[in-house]
Write a protein that binds this ligand. Structure first.
Ligand SMILES: Cc1cc2nc3c(=O)[nH]c(=O)nc-3n(C[C@H](O)[C@H](O)[C@H](O)COP(=O)(O)O)c2cc1C
Length: 178
């Protein structure tokens, strides 16, 4: 079983990157499988155009890593009551081959409480378009949950524990089912 955590913020001071790092560390410690952390800030990608963008070398690299993973966590900034365009671009560039039969979970960083359901648009599209199995719990954090360089909220850290454990259990279950 391979696990991939994708940090989807391009902000150098990203908070969702801190969530991604926490999730990656937990996954690496609870699973003997290969676990990778992919930071989109380190992998400049073209905006998906449904055509030539798929031939971009970094887009190919992204797709290889998503295709190779069975359990995927996306750490997403919330922009305009949705995940960031960079996060959605990952799904557009990787598509059916990347997400069908996979298990996916989400960690979100937002500026307030009211965007709590924002990840559902992406989750629904993965479920309905690619039959991705969505982990039925996710992490939603906002500014008071962080200090300068780390996730400071014990509640959020507990939720990251629960999310990573659920991802491992569900990914194994789905693999045995298929
Ligand atoms: C363009 C933009 C749109 C935003 N829209 C929302 C929003 O709809 N709801 C919200 O709670 N926070 C919103 N925010 C705040 C971000 O979610 C917050 O800064 C979060 O930490 C971003 O994730 P990051 O730190 O990993 O980049 C927005 C921020 C930006 C820059």
């Amino acid at each position: 079983m391979n696990y991939l955590v994708i940090s989807c913020s391009l902000n150098p001071n990203s908070r969702s990157r801190l969530l991604a790092q926490e999730a990656y560390q937990r996954l690496a410690s609870i699973s003997e499988s290969k676990t990778e952390l992919l930071d989109l800030a380190d992998l400049p990608l073209p905006v998906c155009d449904g055509a030539d963008a798929y031939n971009n070398e970094n887009a190919k690299l992204l797709k290889q890593r998503v295709v190779a993973a069975q359990g995927i966590l996306m750490a997403c900034p919330i922009y305009n009551f949705d995940v960031s365009a960079a996060a959605k671009n990952v799904v557009e560039l990787t598509g059916r081959d990347g997400w069908t039969g996979k298990v996916a979970g989400f960690l979100c960083s937002a500026g307030g409480q009211s965007s709590y359901m924002s990840v559902m648009q992406l989750a629904n599209s993965l479920m309905l378009d690619f039959r991705t199995v969505i982990v039925p719990r996710f992490v939603y954090a906002n500014y008071p949950d962080f200090d300068d360089e780390s996730v400071s909220s014990p509640e959020i850290l507990k939720r990251i524990d629960e999310l990573t454990q659920a991802l491992v259990k569900l990914t194994s279950a789905v693999a045995s089912f298929e």
